[in-house]
Write a protein that binds this ligand. Structure first.
Ligand SMILES: [Fe+2]
Length: 283
């Protein structure tokens, strides 16, 4: 990409932006990297088209943002590079499995909110892209919170929510959490509204990993979370990413939720490779 200018093409809403003029597989200069990071904070979701990364380069790029996290779900770990996770519906012989991998990805969530220090950024590439379906949707939880009526927004600041890997898997009808996974990720409490450690902006922090609201009757808490999620995932807060070959997608988990749209897992071939940068404890 010699001579190509660094370009940020933001969505009209400001939520989501496409970055041009960068080769993530090559040497990304320090000032370019700083501009990417700044764009990340401003736009929350970044798309890089036409990138030719292998796993090692994906890892190297993600690592520049901070230490990477492994995952408690051993079944999805990359054989040689355990900090890369692989989700796909293609088996070792190259045949489709007919099964959507990790059904929890089909419902709104923010990555790893079931641990004490959940993910900051996720960097995703898709070596095989579904031709129909398999879009990644993002919702802007800062705008969703900012649009709440003032008194209500203030009251929500008092609430804490338990996030729980085991409960998350029950809700998405996935295989049950294993004893090892439960030991590695016991239920954890986070504020319902978290403050972005870099911008100070407040965002709803919820999604499928939530179990219940602390101090509230279960059904009432679940109804509250469901209602806030419906509010926050209205079309006006959403950015839809339609995958093309050689895209790299990254997002800030501290202020967004995301999910993938369904696809025909017998017909389509969809594989994603994910690297996750560690974040701070939500406050
Ligand atoms: Fe995710």
């Amino acid at each position: 990409m010699n001579g190509t200018e660094f370009i940020i093409k933001a969505e009209d809403s400001g939520f989501g932006a496409e970055i041009g003029g960068v080769d993530l597989g090559g040497v990304v200069a320090e000032e370019t990297f700083a501009a990417i990071r700044e764009a990340m904070i401003r736009h929350k979701v970044l798309v890089f088209r036409g990138q030719h990364l292998d796993d090692a380069r994906q890892l190297a790029f993600a690592q520049r943002f901070g230490p990477l996290e492994g995952h408690i779900n051993r079944g999805t770990r990359h054989d040689a590079l355990p900090k890369i996770q692989v989700f796909g519906n293609v088996d070792q012989n190259g045949n489709t499995t007919g099964v959507h991998p990790e059904r929890g990805t089909l419902v709104w969530h923010t990555d790893k909110s079931y641990v004490a220090t959940p993910s900051m950024f996720t960097v995703l590439r898709s070596p095989s892209v579904a031709r129909e379906g398999g879009d990644t949707l993002f919702a802007d939880m800062e705008r969703a919170y900012a649009d709440l009526e003032e008194d209500r927004a203030a009251r929500l600041l008092e609430l804490h929510v338990v996030h729980d890997w085991k409960r998350s898997r029950e809700k998405s009808n996935e295989r049950a959490a294993t004893a090892d996974e439960i030991a590695a990720a016991p239920p954890v409490e986070h504020p319902l509204v978290r403050t972005h450690p870099e911008t100070g902006a407040k965002a709803l922090y919820l999604g499928n990993h939530t179990s219940h609201v602390v101090g509230m009757e279960r059904a009432e808490g679940e109804a509250l979370i469901a209602e806030l999620e419906r509010h926050g995932t209205q079309a006006k807060y959403i950015y839809r990413h339609r995958w093309r070959d050689n895209d790299v997608l990254m997002w800030d988990n501290r202020c967004t939720v995301h999910c993938v749209t369904g696809y025909d897992a017998a017909k389509e071939r969809r594989i994603v490779h994910r690297a996750v940068v560690q974040g701070d404890r939500p406050v």
